[in-house]
Design a protein around this ligand. Structure first.
Ligand SMILES: [Zn+2]
Length: 865
């Protein structure tokens, strides 16, 4: 009788514990009496989990209330099925990208039974094989299996298996948090975590729902003698604990249809190689997008069955909430073109909401304030890697953009501002990063440009005389743009760094045009802030509506088509790509790192279809307002820190312009139209030589000329940092002016003299370029030497001339990188400079010394005895 009761109880527990299982035997059947042998009582799951708290859901998990140990129940029908894993950082060092709810890794995995164990292995989604092709029988032969966890089944019943999951969750098996050692970088360069300490690590939270199970873990690391103490967000570098969320998600069961990618439109995508296709483009790439479906498929415009809903988190400053809601709803304009009404919905999270924003079922827009923000705003999403379906997204915005740019970080005592070999500081930093942090860095770093433009633009608007109403408008427009931009990412769009080039310099301030079209073709650009020196001519500072490109891209990505029409309709949409307002180029093409892109219109911090004209306006703006900085912003009773910060920002504006304009020299315009789409379009058209020369002239006048920085002269003695406590930020406090000013010149020279640029100038001479490397070098030599050849050379011209000569010598002496045309042009330039120096008149000792050094360097390089 006792035994019968035990069996009945265990069956009952099974029923309760694992939802109704069709395989569970009815409890009423009595066990056959056996008088000969005493079989041990059948163990029940209840015995295994009796001291645990149960969280039933996609995977039912049990946490022992005494030890914290976690067991996971895997149903038999879950074996061999695919699941999505997504990790989120909840808190940890900013420098390791572990702060505040960052989406981290997305994986697709399967669970398999092997003997007495369960094995968790990754699914490789890189390949496609046409099932009608016999080759598909050998599919995935060369794909190595990747088992990331295996453990013994501790209990089995008719419905599934129980395993102890501590080693899976409280470990780095799923998401390797600790940066991998980078053999090329000394370990003190970066803050790193010490050894993993399992004793201090634990599962600190569990949530389970029918479609997802979230496991929140605290991972502890000990480093008894850390080289690098981290920053202020590191309480003690010897003991770090980070918080991570593992989310296990059911692959959605729906009729979602992946949409193919097109090179003319910029969606994030999942790359798939078609190994059974025999073409030059064996790509089956699919874009990332939400699963939108019309409620009424027959209607031209219908509400979606399930809208894309964003919650403005209750961390958002109250005064911004309404603006954010309005900005988000602007995307509905794009979705209407794709056939949806109210596709995007914006809600405000109540202050007393009981749900957790980390719950993946809620897409939130949150506000944070970090000590070392590595971004201004970020809009990551996570997707099903097999289909590209976006399953969730969050947007995080940093609270204090101005604090990102206290002003001096880029102008410390740098002794090596050499122009060749040119390497962008960002690229150099990226190279030093441990391999497993690259993706995080790429995702997070870029928003800085936007914030820098914001801080500089706000100062400029004030200098142009903005009223407090106009200042409010400035901020509102910025928020509009920022929120639309980040939401664009969460809808699947990547950047369009070419979009700020659609309007002419006069059109960008014409509200009649910008209110209709937008200031840019797309909100997905990083534009130069649009401020006019003459306030009466001021148009929009930022774009306040989704642009024509955005509408078009959403139409491509989200319109519903009958299956038999889809290819033709998508091709018809994509073939509009050559319309001027739909122009597109993303980060992979942009020219912010010398030698990266080729089309100068694909650039950050630029604006308008005529950058030479736009930049000239900006140089004039900076030169006109620089002398007013002190009277405008100097406040009785305050230090000069704000003056110095704004000075650096305005100078940075010059730098941005110098780089954007320098890109036109040797630039090649790119057209991604397909054959026959656009009459006589050609993929490559060189920037006309006359325009390249115009760019050169502008640089000579506003960046290289002896009087280029005259406007700053009266400020120099006021550029004082505010001392803090005992420390002075690791350097002497006097302003490092020559480096500061020279950095404007360096960026232009690095861009033009990059080996990739010079080689392109030569290559493009074969298809239309008439401005040769020798012409460019000659114009540079004239621009850098002629104006003061008959007199004294000022300090920043001395630096410019010396580094240009060193750069030309570097080109001749470089073993790799520079082609023959560049070397001969550099050689010839040095000879010309020497001739010019022979005619020079040096009225003071420093100028004499400078020129004699130049002659020495040239003679040595040319081996003149
Ligand atoms: Zn972005």
């Amino acid at each position: 009788m006792k035994k019968q009761f035990a069996v009945a109880l265990s069956a009952l527990c099974l029923l309760l514990g694992n939802e109704a299982s069709s395989q569970a035997k009815p409890a009423a059947t009595p066990a056959p009496a056996d008088t000969t042998k005493k079989a041990p009582p059948k163990p029940s799951i209840n015995d295994k989990v009796k001291s645990s708290k149960k969280h039933a859901g996609l995977f039912t998990v049990y946490q022992d209330t005494a030890t914290g140990s976690v067991q996971m129940f895997i149903r038999k029908d879950q074996l061999e099925k695919e699941f999505i894993y997504q990790s989120f950082s909840l808190s940890g060092p900013t420098s390791l990208f572990l702060n505040q709810s960052m989406h981290r890794s997305t994986l697709l995995f399967k669970i398999r039974k092997s003997f007495d164990k369960l094995e968790f292995s990754l699914v490789n989604t890189n390949f496609y094989y046409d099932p009608n092709n016999a080759v598909s029988k050998s599919a995935n032969v060369d794909v190595a299996e990747s088992v990331f966890f295996a453990d013994k089944v501790s209990f089995e019943d008719s419905t599934g298996y129980l395993i102890t999951a501590d080693a899976l969750f409280v470990s780095e098996k799923l998401d390797p948090v600790k940066p991998l050692p980078n053999p090329t970088v000394p370990s003190f360069m970066f803050f790193n975590l010490g050894g993993y300490n399992p004793t201090k690590s634990k599962v600190s939270g569990l949530r389970s729902y029918p479609n997802n199970t979230d496991v929140i873990v605290d991972l502890a690391y000990d480093n008894p003698a850390p080289f690098n103490q981290g920053g202020k967000d590191i309480t003690d570098a010897r003991y770090i604990r980070i918080k991570l969320q593992h989310s296990f998600i059911e692959v959605p069961k729906n009729d979602y249809k992946p949409r193919k990618d097109d090179p003319r439109i910029g969606y994030f995508s999942q790359e798939v190689d078609d190994l059974t296709a025999n073409t030059y483009t064996p790509y089956k790439d699919v874009i990332n997008r939400w699963h939108l479906k019309k409620k009424d498929p027959s209607a031209a415009v219908s509400e979606p069955v399930e809208p894309i809903t964003y919650w403005v988190e209750n961390t958002t400053p109250v005064e911004y909430r309404q603006t954010i809601v309005e900005a988000g709803l602007k995307w509905n304009e794009a979705f209407e073109k794709a056939g949806y009404k109210n596709a995007v919905q914006m809600k405000i999270m109540p202050d007393d909401a009981t749900w957790d924003p980390a719950d993946i079922r809620y897409n939130v827009i949150r506000w944070v304030s970090s000590m070392y923000p590595s971004y201004g705003a970020i809009g990551p999403s996570f997707v099903n890697p097999k289909t590209g379906q976006i399953l969730g997204a969050d947007i995080t915005i940093e609270w204090k953009p101005a604090a990102l740019f206290p002003g001096d970080a880029v102008y410390t005592d740098r002794t090596a501002l050499s122009i060749t070999p040119a390497e962008d500081a960002t690229a150099a930093f990226e190279k030093m990063l441990p391999a497993n942090l690259h993706n995080h860095w790429k995702n997070c770093n870029i928003g800085k440009y936007v914030m820098q433009q914001y801080a500089a633009g706000f100062a400029m608007a004030q200098l142009a005389g903005a009223t407090s109403e106009e200042e409010k408008e400035f901020h509102k427009q910025f928020l509009y743009y920022l929120v639309m931009h980040e939401m664009g990412h969460t809808l699947g769009l990547n950047h369009n760094m070419k979009a700020s080039s659609i309007l002419s310099p006069s059109e960008v301030h014409n509200k009649a045009i910008t209110s209709k079209v937008g200031l840019m073709g797309s909100v997905m650009d990083y534009p130069s802030v649009n401020v006019a020196l003459d306030k009466t001519k001021q148009g929009d500072y930022y774009t306040t509506k989704v642009g024509p490109y955005d509408v078009w891209a959403i139409e491509y990505g989200y319109s519903e088509f009958a299956a038999n029409e889809e290819d033709a309709k998508l091709s018809a949409i994509a073939s509009r790509s050559n319309e001027p307002y739909l122009t597109f180029g993303n980060d992979a093409d942009d020219m912010r790192s010398p030698g990266n892109g080729i089309d100068p219109r694909v650039m950050v911090n630029d604006m308008s279809s005529d950058m030479v004209a736009y930049a000239e306006d900006r140089f004039k703006f900076v030169n006109a307002t620089m002398p007013k900085l002190l009277s405008k912003f100097g406040k009785t009773g305050e230090s000069y820190a704000g003056i110095r910060g704004r000075y650096n920002l305005l100078n940075f504006e010059r730098r941005s312009m110098a780089q954007a304009v320098a890109n036109y020299i040797g630039g090649v315009y790119v057209d991604r139209s397909f054959i026959g789409q656009n009459g006589d379009s050609k993929p490559y058209t060189v920037v006309p030589a006359a325009y390249q020369k115009k760019a050169m002239d502008l640089l000579v006048k506003y960046v290289f000329a002896p009087n280029a920085f005259d406007a700053d002269a009266q400020l120099f003695r006021y550029l004082q940092l505010q001392r803090r406590g005992y420390n002075f930020f690791g350097a002497t406090e006097d302003p490092k002016l020559q480096n500061n000013l020279f950095s404007n010149q360096v960026v232009a020279l690095q861009t033009m003299l990059n080996p990739v640029t010079l080689s392109r100038i030569s290559n493009s001479s074969l298809y239309g370029n008439t401005y040769s490397v020798a012409d460019v070098m000659t114009d540079l030599a004239n621009g850098i030497f002629k104006a003061d050849i008959a007199g004294a050379v000022n300090l920043y011209r001395q630096n410019l001339q010396t580094e240009f000569v060193k750069g030309a010598i570097g080109i001749i002496e470089s073993k790799t990188g520079y082609d023959n045309a560049a070397r001969s042009a550099a050689y010839n330039t040095l000879r010309k400079i020497k001739t010019m120096l022979g005619t020079a008149v040096s009225p003071n000792e420093q100028t004499k010394a400078h020129r004699s050094m130049l002659v020495f360097l040239i003679d040595k390089a040319l081996a003149v005895k």
